[in-house]
Design a protein around this ligand. Structure first.
Ligand SMILES: *Cc1c(COP(=O)(O)O)cnc(C)c1O
Length: 392
């Protein structure tokens, strides 16, 4: 290998447009590019870095575990995965855990678990009702479960068995139930769709509907889990008990780990049904344990709720002054509707010029998902920079 080769972005496949800046370092709420510019980060790896960039406790956990054990193979128990599984089971009330490496892989596992359960307990039922605008990942099955416009024809043919209902419309769910239906799968707050929340009433009625028809309720908490909404899980916020729950993103605080959790009766995998080389590796699990150590500290989640209120209040004030639309706020997962006249991609670019990183999940909508330990002063600074970016 010629070590003098100049790095060339043309060697990366074109999967998404990217600005020219090359990110090289992160610390807390800040990210630096290779020209030494610093950015206040409201994206945080897409709601991944729940403790900000390179939190010292995570760095320490990674270094410590790296010297102890990386991968003994999934054919053996390891101390870190056992500890994390036990903590997650106790925190959710769901008895069993399968670890994966990404949210999509966790959801893929949840889909397999539901189909297995259907084959054992529901006469071979295998269809899973999912939702318009829902997002579950980029494997073929999870893309098919996703309700993003246009994704039904991308990479056709789809994996069959994911009819789409509408969030907060119980009749649209009921209309799709048939003998082949085994489960309903949803995000309680649709993140990629622009932070669209289910109502408490809908979620309660959906749980009852699933019970009445003997269907599994699968909640995808890849984005909402691990404190994002101000409770450890969105299920706590909504007071609902799913049969299967998936986690990803925040669970690793910036490192790849995800999980499928199942109730005692839903956890029906038998030997050979599911696996993966890196699933439950001790390095990832040690990071998950370090994240939980901090998020579970007294006062941490109260801090998330407090910063969430501060950010939402600030966004509403900006919306009034700049004649924009609605603010949707769930803990530190928030969206701002810009109004038809403003293109969110333009605002993202203008904000980046100011040194603020934002995400645009929809053409007229911004999403903000700062680190859960963001400070009040940093939130104030985010709002000031956004204010400046909105003037043109
Ligand atoms: C991000 C996300 C996924 C996919 O997770 P990956 O780690 O990107 O595979 C699935 N579901 C939801 C709700 C997400 O936000």
């Amino acid at each position: 290998m010629n070590i003098m080769l100049k790095p060339d972005p043309r060697h990366l496949m074109k999967v998404t447009p990217r600005p020219d800046a090359v990110m090289v370092r992160g610390q807390g709420a800040w990210l630096w590019d290779d020209a030494g510019r610093r950015y206040l980060d409201c994206v945080q790896g897409w709601a991944v870095n729940c403790l900000g960039h390179s939190h010292p406790a995570l760095v320490e956990a990674i270094a410590r575990q790296a010297t102890r054990l990386l991968t003994p193979s999934p054919a053996f128990y390891n101390d870190q995965a056992l500890r994390l599984a036990t903590r997650l089971a106790h925190a959710t009330g769901l008895q069993q855990v399968f670890f994966a490496n990404s949210g999509a892989e966790a959801n893929e596992g949840a889909i397999k678990l539901a189909r297995k359960w259907g084959s054992l307990h529901k006469g071979g039922a295998w269809q899973i009702i999912t939702f318009v605008n829902g997002y579950h990942g980029r494997t073929l099955a999870t893309m098919s479960a996703t309700g993003k416009p246009g994704w039904d024809t991308m990479y056709a043919p789809q994996v069959p068995g994911f009819p789409k209902a509408r969030l907060n419309d119980l009749a649209s769910v009921e209309a799709l139930i048939e003998p082949r239906t085994v489960a309903v799968m949803l995000e309680l707050v649709q993140g990629e769709a622009g932070v669209l929340g289910a109502t408490g009433e809908f979620v309660g009625a959906l749980r009852a509907l699933c019970d009445r028809h003997g269907l599994l309720l699968i909640v995808d908490e890849v984005q909402t889990g691990i404190g994002r909404l101000g409770n450890l899980f969105a299920c706590d916020t909504y007071g609902v008990r799913p049969d299967i729950l998936t986690l990803g993103k925040g669970l690793g605080g910036g490192a790849p780990i995800a999980a499928v959790l199942g109730s005692e009766s839903a956890s029906c995998f038998e030997y050979g049904d599911q696996g993966g080389t890196f699933c439950g590796n001790p390095l990832s699990a040690a990071i998950g344990n370090a994240v939980l150590d901090i998020v579970a500290q007294p006062g941490f989640l109260a801090g998330v709720r407090e910063r969430g209120l501060q950010l939402a209040e600030g966004l509403r004030e900006l919306a009034r002054r700049h004649h924009m639309g609605e603010v949707r706020a769930y803990g530190l997962l928030q969206a701002l509707e810009l109004g038809e006249g403003r293109d969110s991609a333009d605002v993202v670019a203008a904000a980046r010029e100011q040194g603020l990183l934002l995400n645009a999940p929809r053409p007229h909508c911004l999403r903000l998902m700062p680190a859960l330990n963001v400070t009040g002063a940093e939130v104030t600074q985010m709002l000031e920079m956004l204010d400046a970016a909105l003037v043109w």
